[in-house]
Ligand binder design. Structure first.
Ligand SMILES: Nc1ncnc2c1ncn2[C@@H]1O[C@H](COP(=O)(O)OP(=O)(O)OP(=O)(O)O)[C@@H](O)[C@H]1O
Ligand SMILES: [Mg+2]
Length: 220
């Protein structure tokens, strides 16, 4: 955290469809309902978060701005002056905007589908983060990063296998996982997240555990 300003969390993966936008919206919703002043930046030209918000009638009570250019770093710094947490959703590929967002991140979250095929994409993302951390600007203040297993099939051994492989290779994962649940799609249809539909549902508990770990990692 930069001198009393809010924390900046960036969702980063070099693979599409890994669950970034869902994890971003879920984190922001739980932080906001948990009492943190929360802002979101949609840095993906697909504008998934803006589309999601527009499906809500009324729109969900979350501040979301679009910034897909290299200005994203300055935008995030500005928002962090008036918010306690800024969550940035990025596109699923390496571009200048992603690197600029990482350049101001306090924490990078790397969502990864619990599939062996997604491991290499996660490792490439970690390499990119380490490149950013090695820059002159970030070397004195490297960002923290963790992998988040998403779309986990409850009761299957695959997620455990992926978790063990990554942990053995030295990667740090959130204990929390976002299980594969149809309620994400149902909630999205009405511009909401599972916590807005039923705060005691299994999906809302996943989100709560994830948000709690993020807040703990950021000291918030
Ligand atoms: N935990 C989950 N359970 C069920 N469906 C999920 C879950 N997480 C994501 N999905 C679904 O998977 C699809 C991809 O998720 P999402 O859009 O969050 O990924 P993304 O990484 O942002 O994709 P993109 O790279 O296209 O931006 C969406 O249809 C979303 O509703
Ligand atoms: Mg997305």
């Amino acid at each position: 955290m930069r001198n009393g300003t809010g924390a900046i969390v960036v969702m980063a993966t070099l693979k599409g469809g890994s669950g970034k936008s869902t994890a971003a919206a879920c984190l922001a919703a739980h932080c906001q309902l948990g009492g943190l002043r929360t802002a979101m930046i949609d840095a993906d030209p697909q504008a998934s978060l803006l589309h999601w918000r527009d499906l809500g009638d009324p729109p969900v009570d979350l501040s979301i701005v679009a910034e897909t250019s290299e200005e994203v770093a300055q935008r995030a710094r500005n928002l962090a002056r008036e918010s306690e947490i800024v969550v940035i959703d990025t596109a699923g590929f390496r571009n200048r905007t992603m690197i600029e967002a990482l350049s101001v991140a306090d924490l990078a979250v790397i969502p990864i589908k619990a599939s062996p095929l997604d491991i290499s994409a996660a490792i490439d993302t970690v390499r990119l983060i380490e490149e950013v951390n090695a820059t002159e600007e970030r070397r004195p203040r490297p960002m923290n990063y963790r992998l988040l297993l998403t779309q986990v099939t409850v009761g299957s051994a695959v997620a455990r296998h992926v978790r063990n492989e990554l942990a053995q290779a030295g990667y740090v994962l959130f204990d929390a996982e976002l299980a594969n649940r149809v309620v994400y799609a149902e909630a999205s249809l009405v511009g909401r997240m599972p916590i807005h539909l039923d705060a005691r549902s299994a999906a809302a508990r996943d989100g709560e555990a994830f948000a709690r770990e993020v807040r703990h990692a950021l000291g918030r």
